[in-house]
Design a protein around this ligand. Structure first.
Ligand SMILES: Cc1ncc(COP(=O)(O)O)c(C=O)c1O
Length: 416
C-alpha cells in the first residue's frame, strides 16, 4: 500500500519492517534459533519476534505493535486502496513554509541550535504563551515534534510504578511511552460519547497517581472536551497535586465549539503542542512545550542528551508558519466532516467535532471483523482496539481528497 501513515502508527511501520528482519537474522546473516521468552513475559506478536534476537532489551516487550501489524498485513494486499487511515493532513506543507525552510538551508542554518530552540522562535512562542495565560512561571521551549515533548515529559515525571491516567480510547503513544518510562497506564473508559467523566477520574486516583494525560481534540475520536470538563479536570489535578499533560496538537481543528486548554484553570499544566498537524509539517519535526519552569528545565536537560534540538532549518520555517492564516484549511476540514456525517447512513458517530477523525461504532461484529470486511472491499480504516481496550469501533480519517471520501462513504454504506 505504499507509504502508509496512521500517525502514531505511521512512524512504526518502517521501524517494524527493520525490526522484523533484525529479529529473523543474526548479525552474521545466519537464521537464529527461536529463544524462549523470559519467565513471566507474555507472547505478544511482534514482541515475540523481537525477543528472538538475544540482544533485544526487555523493555522492548513493553511495546505491543501486533494490532497495527495485522492491519498492515491485510493492507499490503490492497491495490489502489481508498485509504482513510491517514493520520496527517492531506495537503502539502504550505509554500511559504517550504520557501522559508529552503532559505534557512541555503543560508547555512543547518547546525545544532541551542537545545531549547533558536531565540527568535522561543521569544515568539513565549510572548504568545504569556499573552494567553499570564502565568508567572510558565516557560516554553522547542522540541523535536510533539512526540518529543511527550516523551521528555513522561521521562522527566514518571517514577517506576507511578500510575498515569489516560482516556480510553487513547493516542497510541501514551500507553507505550508510559510503559517505557516505567509507569502504569490506568485507562478511563469514555464510551459512548468520549467526554471525560470527572467522577470516574476521581474514583481512579490512588496514592500512586502521578499524572493525567488529556487530549482535546482527540485522536482517535475527534472529540473536543467541553469547557466545563476541562475546567473540572484541571481543578481536580490541582486539588490532588497530580501533574496534568494537555496534548493540544489538534487545537486548531475545532468545528462546533472553541478549544479550551486546562492551562487556563491550572497554572501547573504541561502543554505539548506542535505544527505537524496544523501546518502539515509531520516530517519536519517541530513541537513545543510549556509549563512550570522547573519541569521545563529538567526536560531541556534531557533533550540535550537525547534529541539534542529540533531541526534548525525547521525552526526558522516555523517562524513563517506561525504567521499564516489557516482558517481556510479549518473550513475545508469542517466541510469534509459534515459531508461524512451527512452521508454515512445508519452509523453511530459520536464526538467528531474536531481534529480530522471519526471513531465510529462498527454496525456488526467486532471492529476487527468489520475492518477486515472493509479491507476486502478496498477501504482502509483502523480497528479501535489499536487505540482502546475494546474492539467495538473503527477510526476513519477524513484528511483525504473529496473523491476518496465519496468512495469511502459508498463502501461503508454498502457493507453496513
Ligand atoms: C494526539 C497526538 N499527539 C501527538 C502526536 C505526535 O505528533 P508529532 O508528529 O508532532 O510528533 C500525534 C500524531 O499523530 C497525535 O495524534
Amino acid at each position: 500500500m505504499g507509504e502508509s501513515h496512521m500517525d502514531g502508527c505511521s512512524s512504526l511501520c518502517p521501524t517494524l519492517i527493520r525490526q522484523r528482519s533484525a529479529a529473523t537474522f543474526s548479525p552474521q546473516g545466519r537464521r537464529n534459533e527461536k529463544t524462549a521468552l523470559p519467565q513471566g513475559r507474555r507472547d505478544i506478536g511482534i514482541t515475540k519476534a523481537l525477543t528472538m534476537h538475544p540482544w533485544i532489551a526487555d523493555r522492548m516487550s513493553l511495546i505491543d505493535a501486533s494490532g497495527i501489524r495485522k492491519v498492515f498485513d491485510l493492507a499490503a494486499k490492497m491495490k489502489d486502496p481508498v485509504n482513510l487511515s491517514i493520520g496527517q493532513p492531506h495537503f502539502d506543507t504550505p509554500e511559504p513554509v517550504k520557501a522559508a525552510l529552503k532559505k534557512a538551508i541555503d543560508d547555512g542554518k543547518n547546525a545544532y541550535s541551542q537545545t531549547q530552540g533558536i531565540l527568535p522562535l522561543v521569544e515568539r512562542l513565549q510572548e504568545e504563551v504569556d499573552r494567553t495565560y499570564g502565568h508567572q512561571n510558565r516557560k516554553v521551549f522547542v522540541t523535536s515534534g510533539t512526540s518529543g515533548a511527550l516523551n521528555l515529559a513522561l521521562l522527566a515525571l514518571i517514577n517506576p510504578g507511578d500510575e498515569v491516567i489516560v482516556f480510553d480510547p487513547w493516542f497510541v503513544m501514551y500507553k507505550h511511552l508510559t510503559n517505557l518510562a516505567g509507569g502504569k497506564v490506568v485507562p478511563i473508559n469514555t464510551y459512548p460519547d468520549f467526554q471525560m467523566d470527572i467522577s470516574k477520574v476521581e474514583a481512579a486516583i490512588t496514592p500512586k497517581t502521578k499524572l493525567i494525560i488529556a487530549n482535546s481534540p482527540s485522536n482517535p475520536t475527534g472529540t473536543v472536551a467541553s469547557a466545563e470538563n476541562m475546567q473540572a479536570i484541571a481543578q481536580l489535578a490541582k486539588d490532588k497535586n497530580i501533574a496534568l499533560i494537555s496534548d493540544e496538537i489538534y487545537r486548531l481543528y475545532c468545528y462546533d465549539q472553541e478549544f479550551t486548554s486546562p492551562a487556563l484553570f491550572n497554572d501547573q499544566t504541561i502543554v505539548i503542542d506542535g505544527l505537524s498537524k496544523s501546518h502539515s509539517m509531520t516530517g519536519l519535526r517541530l513541537g513545543f512545550c510549556h509549563g512550570p519552569s522547573e519541569v521545563m528545565e529538567q526536560m531541556i536537560k534531557l533533550q540535550q542528551f537525547t534529541y539534542v534540538c529540533a531541526p534548525q532549518p525547521t525552526q526558522w520555517a516555523a517562524l513563517t508558519a506561525l504567521d499564516m492564516d489557516l482558517s481556510s484549511v479549518v473550513e475545508d476540514y469542517k466541510r469534509k466532516r459534515d459531508f461524512m456525517r451527512d452521508n454515512l447512513k445508519g452509523y453511530d458517530i459520536q464526538g467528531a467535532d474536531g481534529a480530522f477523525y471519526m471513531f465510529i461504532k462498527a454496525p456488526w461484529g467486532t471492529a476487527t471483523e468489520f475492518v477486515k470486511k472493509a479491507i476486502e472491499n478496498n477501504l482502509l480504516i483502523i480497528p479501535g482496539n489499536v487505540f482502546s481496550d475494546q474492539d467495538t469501533h473503527f477510526r476513519l480519517s477524513y484528511a483525504s481528497d473529496d473523491r476518496n471520501l465519496e468512495r469511502g462513504v459508498e463502501i461503508l454504506n454498502k457493507i453496513r
